[in-house]
Design a binder for this molecule. Structure first.
Ligand SMILES: Nc1ncnc2c1ncn2[C@@H]1O[C@H](COP(=O)(O)OP(=O)(O)OP(=O)(O)O)[C@@H](O)[C@H]1O
Ligand SMILES: [Mg+2]
Length: 365
């Protein structure tokens, strides 16, 4: 059974749609992330699920019940914000216990549940401190404990780690995921950090201009993006304008020709059921920098000239230019031979490690 369901939900501000006809479901215990650039409608969507904001159209269901018009305090959802929003004059334990007090849960049960929530976020030892005596990461853990202590059916988190530095963010990502798993709590998480989205989520919805462009498991999102926007938002992508030459009878392999520059042919593996393209149609061939190499057997090959080499520890990122125009990136493992500036090399990638994207997206990169 789905825990949360949005059905054709829109929200209009001053006649501009902030959220535009969005539908999705979140399964029980699932961790779903809304990912997208600033202003794409993530917070607006989350606030409608929480009940802080009324949709202009559409319906929201929690556990099968239509809650579109149910006030927030009667939805059994809990929200964690980017600004921790702790009560400055209450101790850590009092902050966590506050929601219980509001629900008239007192005495031994309240104390025990507060203790439990603090243990879950590893803050038992700081129960008597005030928020100003805590680091940012600790404050956010208090906010998380405060949200889960009421045992909500749905946990909503809006960029909860946005104010923290990278190392702390990574630590807390692990904690959030552990707490979410331990409680099996249905979660909608908002971020504009693609790494965070891919590593935390069961599924990710990539939003743009108030709409969901793609909702998929992280590995599908990364390996089979449906648009150049998604491909670029969840990682770096090389894009080459191409034209379809031939579609294999089995419909699982497509041969394409580069549009710009001299004749160059490439092969792309596609999913037979999704291959609705026609010969001569123009589209974009995409492949990830780490899926290309300068050696080996893969069938797709392209001569290119080394333009820049940058060292990142785990990989060496090589920028190249080819007769097809534009710049291509290839990530080499740190042990691989290093090409020199200006050298002409052959880059190669496998038909399974590339994808075709609609052309119209190119201008939107
Ligand atoms: N109260 C409001 N009045 C008018 N427009 C609003 C209001 N709240 C949000 N918007 C607009 O709705 C759109 C979506 O905003 P929203 O806050 O949902 O984006 P977001 O994806 O959460 O962005 P960010 O990553 O910056 O937090 C934006 O264009 C924003 O300007
Ligand atoms: Mg926001």
């Amino acid at each position: 059974m789905s825990e949360v369901r949005l059905e054709r939900v829109s929200r209009v501000y001053d006649r501009l749609p902030a959220v535009d006809d969005v539908s999705f479901t979140v399964g029980t215990g699932e961790f779903l992330t809304l990912l997208g650039p600033s202003g794409c409608g993530k917070t607006t969507t989350l606030r409608m699920v929480a009940g802080f904001l009324l949709p202009s159209a559409g319906d929201i269901y929690i556990k099968g019940q239509n809650v579109t018009r149910v006030p927030p305090n009667r939805r059994n959802t809990a929200m964690v914000f980017q600004s921790y929003a702790l009560f400055p004059h209450l101790t850590v334990a009092e902050n966590v216990g506050f929601g219980l007090k509001m629900r008239r849960i007192r005495g031994a049960e309240a104390a025990q549940r507060t203790q439990e929530a603090l243990r879950l976020v590893k803050l038992e030892d700081l129960a008597d401190r005030l928020p100003r005596q805590l680091s940012g990461g600790q404050q956010q853990r208090v906010a998380l404990a405060r949200a889960v202590v009421i045992r909500p059916e749905v946990l909503l988190m809006d960029e909860p780690l946005g104010a923290l530095d990278l190392k702390l963010r990574q630590e807390l990502q692990v904690q959030i995921r552990n707490v979410q798993r331990a409680l099996g709590i249905t979660t909608i998480y908002v971020t504009h950090d693609q790494g965070e989205a891919l590593s935390l989520s069961d599924r990710v919805a990539v939003m743009r201009d108030g709409r969901i462009q793609q909702l998929d498991a992280p590995d599908r999102l990364y390996g089979r993006p449906v648009s150049a926007f998604v491909a670029n938002f969840v990682g770096r992508t090389n894009l080459l304008p191409v034209e379809i030459v031939e579609i294999a009878p089995s419909r699982d392999r497509v041969r394409v020709r580069a549009v710009d520059g001299p004749d160059q042919f490439f092969s792309v593996s596609v999913e037979a059921k999704s291959c609705d393209r026609r010969p001569q149609e123009r589209c974009l061939l995409g492949f990830r920098p780490e899926n290309a190499s300068m050696s080996g057997e893969p069938t797709n090959r392209l001569r290119a000239r080394v333009h820049d080499v940058r060292y990142f520890g785990a990989v060496r990122s090589v920028s190249l230019t080819s007769a097809l125009g534009g710049v291509l990136d290839v990530d080499l493992p740190s042990g691989a031979p290093v090409p020199s500036h200006g050298e002409e090399v052959t880059i190669a990638w496998h038909p399974n490690a590339c994808f075709l994207l609609p052309m119209e997206d190119e201008s939107l990169r």
